[in-house]
Design a protein around this ligand. Structure first.
Ligand code: 6R9
Length: 621
């Protein structure tokens, strides 16, 4: 059934030969000695090679006609726009790299970027890459507490932020959040502030600097640092099963080969494309397929600052029409939102320039797939449903346009050079037609290098479940044609609108509130967001329940993490159902939250709690 193009699929056994060939797509200061040094589970890809990510995204495009090609088209929420050619972007990146150097940022120093979706954010990332300073991009929707955790864990020396960020006509006070976050932090020496919204902000003498002032008199030539292929390119924090988010470390060589290869092949990139990835740069999709992959390939990227419904619900389609976007890469939650708003919005705009559509972040339900295909792709554009993770760095399972026949709701087959499998709880491969845990069987170039500062956590979390296999935390099914259907997470991670939220993080935020004794969170199916957070909370003895308590608890989660983690429901209960050994029975709570018949309660310490919970939840919802 699957038509395989021999040129790109027939790898035989030799994965490293394939990735060795792909390595040649980049410019290297020094060629690698060995494609892969595998010291299970620690990999060194392109060992001995030297390169620079920013050089590969910019300098090498400057020799021919490409230097005048649009590298970045920026559309502001207010409708303002800017276009930077490759030459422009190269100049701005070099200039800002010199600014960072002038403040003592050296190779290996960490820099936190807490910004809106504006050109300076991309410039800042590439400037860090140019001088070999790993960046930590923190999503602008995270609270100051979440920002502080990340700054501290990475021990950042510099923060780059903006005065504020536009969101649906409102302003999010990013600089103010940075000030709050830094109250008790000592590692940060400088805060560089981009002026975006123009609102007044407090500038701390000696620490805070305006971007537009410091870039004025700085040289525009800055040589790119020669980095080992294995050096760190960036850290990106993501939620896991335990309390604190993990700093996922990606290294320069393997990551750049992985993202540029997949970006070109999966999106069937042509030189004249206008490529729009709607993900925020605060997520891995923004890193790999908005910045590094496309720019390494010399593509024209579109960067949109704002919300999809501002000023109206056709904003995305207005942008497609305005810039003649050819490739659109977005998330199922966005597609379901567009479905809810109705097809009149895309129909009112000329979106005929689109030729390829992508989906990422969570399983796409066949209904949403069909709607995307019909109303956006006009039954003409292939849809690439791409499965991957922050940790994998690059797309792992995906159709290849014009090569892999598509099935609505399936992410199809592994990318060439990637070996994934589905195993049962003993680690044995399941038969076609069955489901099990999704694993990766062999190292791949853009794989995470480690968890920042915690090699053991890296080993235990990802390679400790089944010997020699990378554990994804996802459950998937294999069909008769060998197509993969990802079902969802099997660990304590909730996927809200394509964003990973650890139940332990939300629980930690709730118990931090003085009224709360205990909390347990589960994901509940949600028509638009995929999943929503449902929290069960027991209060401390003597706490008086007042009308605004639930709202107060929700606000506390927003303060600790950000609005993306706000529980949709908080349910107060005297006790949480526990096993006799004292473990909270999450599966049971999930069944209750979903309104499902319940599973095995035989190990429950006090079965009457469940009846009570179920009755009360049903009454409430
Ligand atoms: C790229 C990204 C990773 C988790 C992953 C899985 C889910 C992502 C998916 C998908 C089904 C797809 N996921 N893409 N599930 N089909 N096409 O989203 O990274 O934020 O780390 O999330 O997202 O559950 O394990 P990240």
């Amino acid at each position: 059934m699957v038509i395989r193009n021999p040129e790109i699929f027939d790898l035989g056994q030799d994965q490293t030969k394939f990735w060795g060939d792909q390595g040649n797509r980049l410019d290297w200061f020094k060629p690698w000695d060995k494609v892969l040094e595998w010291n299970n589970p620690f990999a060194k890809w392109y060992a001995g090679g030297k390169l620079n990510a920013a050089y590969n995204c910019l300098d090498r495009h400057l020799n021919g006609a490409r230097r005048n090609k649009a590298a970045l088209i920026f559309e502001g929420e207010l409708g303002d726009y800017r276009v930077l050619t490759y030459q422009d972007l190269h100049r701005e990146v070099s200039r800002f790299a010199n600014v960072l150097k002038s403040y003592g940022v050296e190779k290996g120093d960490r820099v936190t970027i807490y910004m809106p979706m504006i050109p300076e954010t991309v410039i800042a990332m590439l400037a860090c890459a140019r001088i070999g300073a790993p960046h930590i991009v923190v999503f602008g929707g995270f609270s100051y507490e979440a920002l502080k955790d990340r700054v501290l864990d990475a021990q950042s020396k510099v923060i780059i932020t903006s005065d504020g960020s536009y969101r649906r006509g409102n302003i999010i006070p990013l600089k103010e959040n940075v000030d709050q976050a830094l109250k008790t932090v000592t590692c940060v020496e400088k805060v560089i502030v981009v002026q975006r919204t123009g609102q007044s902000v407090a500038m701390q003498e000696g620490r805070d600097i305006w971007y537009h002032e410091v870039v004025k008199n700085i040289p525009i030539v800055c040589p790119a640092e020669e980095m080992d292929a294995d050096d760190m390119l960036f850290i990106l924090y993501t939620s896991g099963t335990t309390g604190k988010p993990k700093g996922i470390v990606h290294s320069v060589g393997g990551y750049m080969v992985g993202v540029s290869t997949t970006h070109e092949r999966v999106f069937d990139l042509k030189d004249e494309d206008v490529y729009w990835c709607t993900a925020d740069v605060g997520w891995i999709t923004g890193h790999s397929y908005l910045v590094y992959g496309p720019l390494a390939n010399g593509a024209t990227i579109l960067l949109y600052e704002g919300a999809p419904d501002y000023p109206d619900k056709d904003r995305y389609w207005e942008i497609v029409e305005k810039y003649k976007v050819t490739i659109l890469y977005t998330a199922p939650t966005a597609i379901r939102t567009f479905m809810k708003w109705g097809e009149k919005y895309p129909m009112g705009r000329d979106i005929s320039s689109l030729r390829l559509l992508g989906s990422v972040g969570e399983p796409i339900n066949p209904d949403a797939w069909m709607w995307y295909h019909k109303h956006i792709g006009k039954e003409r554009c292939p849809i690439v449903d791409t499965w991957w993770q922050t940790e994998t760095g690059m797309i792992m399972i995906t159709p290849i346009p014009e090569v892999t026949p598509l099935k609505a709701g399936s992410c199809a087959v592994p990318f060439p050079g990637v070996k994934v499998g589905i195993v049962d709880h003993q680690g044995k491969p399941v038969e076609k037609g069955d489901s099990g845990y999704l694993v990766v069987r062999e190292p791949w170039p853009a794989m995470l290098k480690t968890v920042y500062g915690d090699d053991k956590r890296y080993e235990d979390t990802y390679w400790g479940q089944y010997a020699g296999m990378y554990f994804t935390g996802d459950e998937a099914k294999w069909d008769e044609d060998g197509y993969f259907w990802v079902i969802g997470r099997v660990d304590d991670v909730i996927n809200v609108s394509g964003h990973r939220i650890g139940t332990a993080e939300v629980e930690g935020a709730l118990v931090d509130h003085p009224a709360v004794a205990e909390a347990a969170c589960v994901g509940r199916t949600h028509a638009v967001k995929g999943q929503a957070v449902f929290a069960f909370v027991s209060l401390k003895e003597g706490v008086v329940v007042h009308d605004s308590l639930i709202a107060e608890l929700k606000a506390h989660v927003v303060l600790k993490i950000g609005s993306l983690a706000r529980p949709d429901d908080i349910f107060l209960t005297d006790e949480l159902p526990k096993t006799r050994s004292g473990k909270i029975m999450r599966r049971l709570l999930k069944d209750i939250a979903e309104g499902r018949a319940m599973g095995d309660t035989s190990t429950l310490a006090d079965a009457s709690i469940v009846d009570l919970l179920k009755k009360n939840v049903n009454q409430k919802t």
